[in-house]
Structures are given as structure tokens and as C-alpha cells.
Write a protein that binds this ligand. Structure first.
Ligand SMILES: Nc1ncnc2c1ncn2[C@@H]1O[C@H](COP(=O)(O)OP(=O)(O)O)[C@@H](O)[C@H]1O
Ligand SMILES: [Mg+2]
Length: 313
């Protein structure tokens, strides 16, 4: 295990931020720590990264106890937060060279490492501009690059894409995937099921300082309910034809909401979602059903929460 925690507890005054958190992350895998605001994600990350001392429980990161051997832990980890910790006045390249120099890489090796990381994160063109001119997405990428100068074996990413536009989010996701391909262990916190789904091997859902569920993305989604294909018919008279068309696509029974003119079927269980979509579209056309909307609806974090806790996130 690259990260292992048992019964972690942490309070701030009267707020009990962590109430016994257990985690186990095998080396070379990605754990998604998923939860709403205030769930305890940042507190968990800061405790594992030795920035906070837990009140109870124990944790090991990269084989070392976070309380007794914090220096050993720090030498092996990287931490990128929600707020990029780059020096605004320095250029991207200078930021990275500075870190390399502080790590005693030596001037030449520090410059080489900076160039390599700028290239890897598509920042070569902007490398000699002050970081204050960077977009939000570029800052996050520079921040991630800064964490990697020391070649950590365990990386903590605290809401790495919150507030980013979809294109920047995708580019950060692919950067994380590359790191994992290189064997880095990643613990990533997020409020987006979609992000955990795309990046994580396993997901742990936290709420109010406790783990309320864990599993692979598919196990978790199955617990919540599967992907559904929703068809909105143009006219309510089209509902019966839509139902008969969709019956041929799925083993289950289509669900009908007559008032909204919506017919939906589960995909994913037995029906692969792409095949299901294609077959459903063809069947609807054969029955001449006029369709106003045709959409694949995935369970959201909110669906996970409602299903697990009975309340909205
Ligand atoms: N420095 C702090 N002082 C007091 N309370 C805090 C502090 N940091 C976090 N908290 C509280 O601890 C709980 C967990 O916070 P946090 O770990 O930041 O959650 P998340 O990262 O999931 O949003 C919240 O109730 C939050 O208000
Ligand atoms: Mg947080």
C-alpha cells in the first residue's frame, strides 16, 4: 500500500472534521476521494501530507508513519492544492528552476528538469512569461509541474480541476493519466463523480468526516442506479410507440413519465451504452416516433448522495 490510514480523527476546536477515516491505496493506482464541501477531503489530504497532526488513528504514506517520520514522507510526496502555489512574478520556467535549485538538483539538472516539465504540460510556449499572465488552467498545470520536480512517488491532488473550464479540465486529466502510467500513486479529491469516474481505480465517498461508501466507479454507480437513456417524445401520443420501440432494446421495462412525455431505459446493464444508444435510435426511427430530446443521463454525485444518505449533497 502506498497510502494506508486507519481511524484517522481530526478536529478544529469543536468541529470534528474527521471521525475515523480508513483508506488503503495500492501503489500505482488512483484513489478518488469524493464528497461535498466540508466533508473532510482537504483535512484528510493535509493530514496524510504531514501538514496537520491527527488527533487519533494512524497513517502511513510511502511506507512511513506520517506522525513519527514526517521528513521521510515529505521526501516522497507531492501536493497540489485547489489554489495554485506558484510565484506570480516569476516566469513558469523560473518557478520550476527555483524549486529544482531548492531541492539541490544543481543548476544544470534543474534547468533540464524545468524544460522537460514545461514540455510535458504544454507550457513551453508560455514558459518565459510571468506566471501572473497565465490562465487558471495553465496555473494549475504549472502547479502540478512544480510538484513533480522532485519526482514524488505519491501525489495528492486536492480538487485539481474545481473552477476550470472543460478544456483545461480535460488537459489536466490527461496529465494525471500520464503520471499514473509512469507508476505514480495518486490520491485525488473531487466534488465531481465524473472526474473520479474517469481517473480513479477506486472511489471513497466521504461525508461529515466519515467514509460512507467505497468501491470501483462501476460498483458505486451500480449502487446508485445505472446510466439511463432518456427520450422525450414531441407529442404525448408518441409514448406508446416509443415504449414498444424501446422494449426491443432492453431486457428491463421502459419507465414512462406521461406528463413530461419521457420514456427511459437503463443502459450499461446488459446493454453496452454505445450499442444501446444506436439500437434505440434505430428502433425509434423505425416506429416513426418524433423525438424532441434524446439523452444519456449518468448518475451524479447528488444521486450518489441521495441514495446513500437520503439527502442531497
Ligand atoms: N482551519 C480550520 N478551522 C476550523 N474549521 C475548519 C478548518 N478547516 C476546515 N474546517 C472545517 O472542517 C470540516 C472539513 O473541512 P475540509 O476538510 O476543508 O472539507 P472539504 O475539503 O471536504 O471541503 C468543515 O466543517 C470545515 O468547515
Ligand atoms: Mg477542500
Amino acid at each position: 500500500m502506498a497510502i494506508e490510514a486507519e481511524g484517522l480523527c481530526k478536529g478544529y476546536g469543536s468541529t470534528r472534521a474527521l471521525r475515523g477515516v480508513d483508506l488503503a491505496v495500492p501503489a500505482g493506482t488512483v484513489l478518488g476521494l469524493l464528497g461535498p464541501n466540508g466533508a473532510g477531503k482537504t483535512t484528510t489530504v493535509r493530514t496524510l501530507a504531514t501538514l496537520l497532526v491527527p488527533d487519533g488513528g494512524r497513517a502511513e504514506v510511502a511506507g512511513y508513519d506520517v506522525v513519527r517520520r514526517p521528513h521521510e514522507v515529505r521526501r516522497r510526496i507531492g501536493l497540489a492544492g485547489q489554489y495554485a502555489a506558484v510565484d506570480e512574478l516569476l516566469t513558469g520556467r523560473e518557478n520550476l528552476v527555483l524549486i529544482g535549485t531548492l531541492l539541490h538538483l544543481g543548476r544544470r539538472a534543474a534547468r533540464a528538469r524545468a524544460a522537460e516539465l514545461l514540455d510535458r504540460f504544454d507550457l513551453t510556449g508560455a514558459g518565459d512569461r510571468p506566471a501572473r499572465t497565465y490562465s487558471g488552467g495553465m496555473r494549475r498545470r504549472l502547479d502540478l509541474a512544480a510538484c513533480l520536480v522532485a519526482r514524488p512517488s505519491v501525489l495528492f491532488l486536492d480538487e485539481p480541476t474545481t473552477g476550470l473550464d472543460p478544456v483545461s479540465r480535460m488537459s489536466l486529466w490527461s496529465a494525471v493519466r500520464e503520471l499514473v502510467a509512469d507508476g505514480v500513486t495518486v490520491l485525488l479529491t473531487t466534488q465531481y463523480l465524473e472526474e473520479a469516474d474517469y481517473l480513479a481505480d477506486r472511489i471513497v465517498v466521504v461525508d461529515a468526516g466519515r467514509v460512507i461508501a467505497d468501491g470501483t466507479p462501476n460498483e458505486l454507480k451500480r449502487k446508485v442506479g445505472e446510466e439511463r437513456l432518456e427520450i422525450v417524445v414531441t407529442h404525448p401520443d408518441g409514448v406508446p410507440a416509443a415504449v414498444s420501440a424501446l422494449r426491443r432494446v432492453t431486457a428491463g421495462e421502459p419507465v414512462v413519465d406521461r406528463d413530461r412525455g419521457v420514456v427511459s431505459i437503463a443502459v450499461g446493464e446488459g446493454v453496452d451504452s454505445m450499442d444501446g444508444i444506436a439500437t434505440a435510435a434505430a428502433a425509434l426511427r423505425r416506429e416513426n416516433v418524433a423525438v424532441a430530446d434524446f439523452a444519456l443521463r449518468r448518475p451524479t454525485l447528488d444521486d450518489v448522495f441521495v441514495s446513500l444518505t437520503g439527502r442531497s449533497a
